[in-house]
Design a protein around this ligand. Structure first.
Ligand code: FAD
Length: 452
């Protein structure tokens, strides 16, 4: 039985791990258009900040891991077409230009996304960069190490833009961070938390330009400034982290796509072609709190979907539909750390889900413990259904690493627990760690209006 996997990133990696674990005697082939197999963009900041010094180490897997087990891993091989009637894919050898057809019995697509190069004048100037994959990582690192580069402008204050800005500040650059909306991380966190992080970014020397429209990148061959409706910003390098689009042009007219180019999948993650499945960033993910599909571009999503697909790959009709996800992420913003899960006010509004929100602030441990003795301020936001009190989203934030509590919230959201459940959940108390009631208990009690 021949299984073909397209794309060697999180979705493709997980698919092959699962195929090898679950089944014997499969003939597995992975096609990857790029030269380097499985660069892990999630680890790019570690490389930019010198925690990891060899760029080739920042990867999900070495091809040898799979080729030793008989898997064909073909990099520099771009799949250009699916011939569903013949059950073959047409593949172009990127180096020689030669095309050949390969048979499949099952085909798993994880072709991901490509970052947006903003459609403004000057977007083809030298030193206008994107931030995804090994090539851009290497280029950005060279500029961070180049003392002639003084001013770096980052476009987009989502989590990728924040990573770019922080790495640039740590490399001693003057950093301007521009976003079209009026808050950094506005699609990840509600305003109570972004207010804290906005001030912190400014304290660390990031110049924030918010609610701004990019008009052009200016320069003579090489970029020298970014022109916005809020002024000009000197820029030796521009790093664009302003969203992504599905890498599905090659599928246009072949597999069914939605209006934005995401691959349409059903509740079993099947495309419109028999035996052709799609996972990861190139698809919309089913959100449990939103009860609908939405773009959730996370490695965690691609991996959970790939696990589901491979588990049910040989069932005539999968026994159960894919359960869905909540979408969980975490990030350090200089001295702060946050973890967020599920919906926030912004994503709920986009998905047309009515929510109520609550913001809770406390100290990590009992108040008699001095703040400077590991008793920092901690913040929790909760997003819930105003009628049923089912928890639909939330986030935790502190200078202390309380991200594990973010995972507890994720579990509460995934299991559609109510504020009442979280308010009374039996968590431990030990003053070295928390208060008489644990932080999430207190936040839920506060949301119910029976604390403070
Ligand atoms: P992609 O990673 O987009 O990979 C698709 C692969 O398919 C590519 O290698 C591409 O070359 C190949 N391909 C595409 N078309 C073809 C074709 N026709 N033929 C052959 N090959 C093809 N997520 C997290 O969960 N946590 C994080 O901390 C995190 N940090 C991130 C930091 C950065 C800077 C970036 C850019 C992303 C980060 N992400 C993070 C998101 C995460 O990287 C993506 O969600 C994840 O990589 C999606 O995996 P994927 O398999 O869907 O596709």
């Amino acid at each position: 039985t021949k299984v073909v996997v397209v794309g060697a990133s999180h979705g493709g990696h997980q698919a092959i791990l699962e195929l090898l674990n679950r089944y014997d005697n499969l003939d597995i082939t992975m096609f990857e258009a790029g030269d380097f197999v499985s660069f892990m963009s999630c680890g790019m900041e570690l490389y930019l900040e010198n925690s990891v010094t060899n760029v080739s180490d920042v990867r999900n897997f070495e091809p040898k891991l799979f080729t030793d087990q008989g898997v064909h891993v073909l990099n520099n091989h771009e799949v250009t077409k699916i011939n569903a009637d013949k059950k073959t894919v047409t593949v172009q050898d990127v180096k020689s230009g030669d095309k050949s057809d390969y048979d499949y019995d099952k085909l798993i697509l994880s072709s991901g996304v490509v970052p947006n190069n903003l459609p403004v004048p000057g977007n083809n100037l030298e030193n206008v960069y994107l931030m995804r994959g090994l090539d851009w990582a290497t280029k950005i690192k060279a500029k961070l190490e180049d003392s002639a580069v003084k001013n770096i402008t980052v476009i987009g204050a989502g989590y990728i833009g924040i990573e770019a800005a922080e790495a640039s500040v740590k490399a001693g650059k003057n950093v301007t961070l521009i976003d079209m909306i009026d808050r950094p991380l506005g699609t990840y966190l509600d305003a109570d938390m972004t207010d804290i992080l906005q001030k912190h970014l400014e304290d660390k020397g990031v110049k924030l330009v918010l609610g701004a429209k990019i008009d052009a990148y200016e320069g003579n061959g090489t970029v020298s400034a970014v022109k916005t409706d809020k002024g000009f910003f000197d820029s030796d390098v521009v790093i664009q982290a302003a969203g992504v689009k599905p890498n599905t042009k090659w599928l246009d007219g072949i597999v069914e796509l939605d209006s934005r180019g995401f691959i349409n999948t059903d509740e079993y993650l099947r495309t419109n072609f028999p035996d052709v499945y799609a996972v990861g960033d190139a698809t919309l993910a089913y959100s449990i709190p939103a009860q609908q599909k939405m773009p959730i571009a996370l490695a965690t999503v691609a991996r959970r979907e790939a696990r589901y697909v491979t588990k049910h790959l040989f069932e005539k009709k999968p026994a159960v539909p894919f359960n869905g996800l909540v979408g969980s992420s975490a990030l350090s913003v200089f001295d702060y750390h946050f973890a967020s899960s599920g919906l926030n006010s912004t994503t709920a509004a986009k998905a047309n889900v009515k929510v109520a929100t609550s913001f809770y602030q406390d100290t990590l441990r009992p108040s008699y413990v001095p703040q400077d003795k590991n008793n920092p301020a901690v913040y929790v936001s909760l997003v819930f259904d105003p009628q049923t009190h089912i928890i639909l989203g939330g986030a935790v934030l502190s200078t202390y690493d309380i991200s594990a509590q973010g995972n507890v919230l994720a579990l509460a959201i995934q299991n559609q627990m109510k504020l009442e459940d979280l308010a009374e959940a039996d968590f431990f108390f030990q003053p070295g760690f928390d208060r008489q009631w644990s932080l999430l208990n207190l936040a839920a009690q506060h949301a119910l209006g029976d604390a403070k």
